[in-house]
Design a protein around this ligand. Structure first.
Ligand SMILES: [Zn+2]
Ligand SMILES: [Zn+2]
Length: 119
């Protein structure tokens, strides 16, 4: 599959500047990288399956340490191969990508945080 690239303008938890956070989603992993300081969160695919929309709704209701992000992307689904809205939920512990057409869901688990040293 092609990687998906999204951006979210928000305050970086590391450099505290309001800048684009670059989100790259691949079949087996995903990254969130600050366009200013380069702090990068890595997520690894943990499981796939068909889920109902409550998996996204639950994240919206849950208490989070950091404000979770909810994004949408119109893309060709990994599973049903149709172009459909993909709901993307990003929290400090996981990333969830779900197709609104077929319910196919990829759940990525937070893996590591890398903060480049200032030079
Ligand atoms: Zn930053
Ligand atoms: Zn689908």
């Amino acid at each position: 599959m092609d990687k998906w690239v999204l951006k979210k303008l928000t305050e970086c938890f590391n450099c505290k500047k309001e800048v684009d956070q670059i989100i790259e989603i691949y079949a087996n992993q995903a990254f969130v990288k600050c366009s200013n300081c380069g702090a990068t969160r890595y997520y690894i695919l943990r499981r796939v399956g068909v889920e109902d929309e409550s998996i996204i709704e639950e994240e919206k209701k849950k208490e989070h340490k950091y404000e979770p992000w909810f994004l949408e992307k119109n893309a060709v689904c990994f599973n049903c191969k149709k172009e459909a809205i993909q709901d993307i939920a990003i929290t400090e512990t996981k990333m969830i990508v779900r197709c609104r057409n077929c319910g196919f869901t990829r759940i990525y688990q937070f893996h590591i945080l890398e903060i480049p040293e200032n030079k």
